[in-house]
Design a protein around this ligand. Structure first.
Ligand code: SF4
Length: 369
């Protein structure tokens, strides 16, 4: 465990990062991390080597899932796919089922492709340089740096949203949040050039999650307070400037909940390419602008008396907001062909969050994930 240096001299909080200053910040941060680090299922215990596959899987999970949810799902996923080879030799369907609850299924597809690439190009061992990692499916620049630092102690600084916020405050960057990453990566790169770059990266991410929160940062408990421009200003939450929330285009549709007399529900599979590729969903009218009930019903999968449900279900994708009306119907005979699944069958297929929301709205009790 590192001893925090005795910093009796006054440190100017705002200033460039020279070697001496970087060393003092690194020591303070690592000392805090040794004391406060959370136990996470993918995190190696203090002093132990990380499992690179566990780190890679966790980074893919954390791309669009909270730490709490990922920590809950991670142990079962790793028990099922403990190595790249185990995941590479499984079918995509099996991986998608195991991914349930984590959302954004495109990541599961890319992780499957990533495992196959690790087996094919690296003999089943996760490669250890940022360049090789970046070349794998599903790993962007941030994830490649994170795996390189955390799993292999490479001296690189991964800058996620948390680190960007901490960095913007340390440096006093008054620019919109979505524009600070490159500056923070450049200005704080020297922090990684010392011992334990993997712990350093995790410490900065952890500091952003636990102490330097977007609102009400706990500066009085922060190991970097004496280095921080934003804290010195007295209004740390003013850094960085807020990004304008994007107004997403809105699409409307009507989904059709059709049941057979035996209780089975009609689904369809989406095209392999594109949004929710290959996932199952309720049949629906094309996604588009608002339309009349008659226009929606022209796309219904059966000519029966449909019962529209009140209200609508809203679902936000990264690039659009979907508003879904629902209509329910029951067949008198089993005479419509298609993909029919009973509620019990639903435990065996990956269901995207949107489909789950719609089924719940129709009163279906879903199997636990
Ligand atoms: S002193 Fe406050 S604003 Fe500065 S890094 Fe620490 S928590 Fe964030």
């Amino acid at each position: 465990m590192l001893e925090e240096p005795n910093m009796t001299g006054r440190i100017r909080p705002c200033g460039g990062l020279d070697r001496e200053r970087a060393q003092a910040m690194r020591a303070a941060l690592l000392c805090w991390f040794d004391r406060e680090r959370r136990e996470l299922p993918w995190r190696a215990a203090a002093g132990e080597s990380a499992n690179p596959w566990a780190v890679l899987v966790s980074e893919v999970m954390l791309q669009q899932t909270t730490v709490a949810t990922a920590a809950q799902r991670f142990p079962a996923f790793m028990a099922r796919f403990p190595t790249p080879a185990a995941l590479a030799s499984s079918s995509l369907e099996e991986v998608l089922v195991a991914w349930q609850g984590l959302g954004y299924y495109r990541r599961a597809r890319l992780l499957h492709a990533c495992a196959r690439a690790v087996v094919a190009a690296h003999g089943g061992r996760v490669p250890d340089t940022p360049e090789q990692l970046r070349a794998l499916p599903g790993l962007g620049a941030y994830s490649a740096f994170a795996v390189a630092a955390i799993a292999f102690n490479r001296p690189v600084l991964p800058v996620d949203g948390n680190v960007a916020r901490v960095g913007a405050r340390l440096l006093g960057l008054s620019m919109p949040a979505h524009r600070v990453r490159a500056t923070v990566a450049r200005e704080l790169a020297m922090l990684a050039e010392g011992p334990r770059p993997g712990d350093l990266a995790q410490a900065l991410i952890e500091l952003g999650a636990l102490i330097c929160r977007p609102r009400a940062p706990a500066c009085d408990r922060c190991p970097l307070q004496r280095f921080c421009c934003a804290a010195e200003s007295g209004r740390p939450e003013d850094f960085p400037l807020p990004s304008q929330r994007k107004t997403l285009p809105v699409r409307s549709t009507m989904a059709f909940f059709l049941q057979r007399p035996d209780g089975a529900i009609l689904f369809r599979r989406r095209p392999e390419e594109g949004l929710l590729g290959g996932m199952i969903e309720l049949p629906s009218s094309p996604w588009g602008s608002e339309r009349s009930l008659e226009e929606h019903l022209a796309h219904a999968p059966a000519s029966i008396a449909w019962r529209p449900l009140p209200g609508e279900v809203r679902h936000r994708f990264t690039h659009l907001e979907l508003r879904v009306l629902l209509a329910c119907g029951t067949l008198e005979e089993n005479d419509v062909a298609g993909l029919w699944l009973t509620p019990a069958d639903l435990a065996e297929v990956p269901l995207p969050t949107l489909t789950r929301k719609l089924l719940v709205q129709c009163g279906v009790v879903l199997p636990a994930r």
